[in-house]
Design a protein around this ligand. Structure first.
Ligand code: ZN
Length: 341
């Protein structure tokens, strides 16, 4: 059983670990003979890319500050590389199609059609929808607690209010960077996306422990959260400043994801919570949705791949998840106010 969940989660997590190692497409000598000269000359035949025109010597002493900044140059260079790769890939894919050959991956990714400069427009749109769904869920959670449920002089009766507020913030943050990363996959956007994904995954593990073990005492909460937070922070620093180790990151993500899934599933099994079916539904449907990551098919019409479909399934699950959180707030508040009376 545990094994099956591990596999499912392994696949889920391939979101936060989209590895870009060599694939059949970029190993193709015809593709290489297009990309390499493009990077050095900035042109493919008649077509030239403006980003490739920056001087690659790091900018002269007399050039303006922004041209001397290595970050600015790096940005231009990665845009140049990205444009060259994209145009060579589309050209090569057209040739392959005319020969009756199917699409192949380039640098670990299927060939996607760009729209308005967005690399994976469908995943971008779905990330934005996920973000909006979280925003709506968070907002309705806030208004429920502030305006509909009874309040104590020093805040809400519900003991997990602040934990879910932080959860809402981290979720919005991770979907924002997911949208940015799917728009343009470069070093900085990749780091921001991975770091945010690790942060929300690690934080939800902490929340799952707090809620299911009913940790209410401040000191106990600090004891639970401190080692996990320290680990998450160290891991994020490691990825950003030491090594973007995809394999290690995958292991970390899998362990954190499997742990929280098991915690929620076991809790859903033993609790008498009136909305436990929502918990079950999210855990099981979430597991099945991850199967989409198994069928790693090339994007339909160059737009919709399995990963995009997976992002689509998280939208209704997010709705149900926030609905569970709101039910939990109502349930706990009515329980506590009854005791007060
Ligand atoms: Zn994604």
């Amino acid at each position: 059983m545990l094994n099956r969940w591990s596999i499912l989660f392994f696949l889920l997590i391939s979101c936060c670990i989209r590895v870009s190692y060599a694939s059949a497409g970029d190993a193709d000598p015809l593709y290489r003979s297009c990309v390499n000269p493009c990077i050095s000359t900035g042109c493919i035949g008649e077509k030239c890319f403006p980003h490739c025109n920056s001087s690659s010597n790091g900018g002269s002493v007399n050039s303006p500050w922004y041209a001397q900044e290595s970050l600015y140059l790096k940005w231009k260079q990665s845009d140049c590389l990205s444009d060259c790769r994209y145009y060579c890939m589309t050209g090569r894919e057209k040739e392959r199609e005319s020969l009756g050959l199917g699409p192949v991956k380039y640098h670990g990714k299927w060939p996607f059609k760009r729209v308005l400069g967005l690399q994976e427009p469908v995943s971008v749109a779905l990330s934005v929808l996920n973000l909006l769904m979280h925003f709506w869920g968070w907002l309705s959670f806030y208004s429920l607690l502030q305006y509909k449920l009874p309040l104590k002089p020093n805040g809400t009766y519900y003991e997990y209010t602040n934990l879910w507020h932080i959860y809402g913030f981290l979720s919005l943050n991770s979907w924002l960077w997911s949208a940015v990363f799917h728009s343009r996959d470069i070093d900085i956007t990749e780091k921001l996306d991975y770091s945010s994904a690790v942060a929300i995954l690690g934080y939800s593990l902490i929340v799952s422990i707090m809620r299911s073990f009913h940790v209410r005492d401040e000191a106990a909460r600090v004891m639970v959260a401190a080692p996990l937070l320290a680990f998450i922070a160290t891991h994020i620093l490691f990825l950003n400043n030491y090594k973007m180790d995809y394999g290690w990151n995958m292991q970390v993500c899998v362990v954190m994801a499997v742990a929280q899934l098991l915690i929620w599933a076991i809790w859903a099994g033993v609790t008498h919570h009136p909305s436990r079916w929502k918990l079950w539904f999210v855990v099981i449907a979430g597991g099945f949705a991850m199967l989409l990551e198994i069928y790693d098919f090339p994007p339909y019409e160059g737009f919709v791949d399995a990963h995009a479909l997976w992002h689509a399934t998280t939208i209704p699950l997010t709705y149900l998840w926030w609905s569970f959180i709101k039910d939990d707030a109502k349930y706990r508040t009515s329980d506590l106010t009854k005791k007060v009376k």
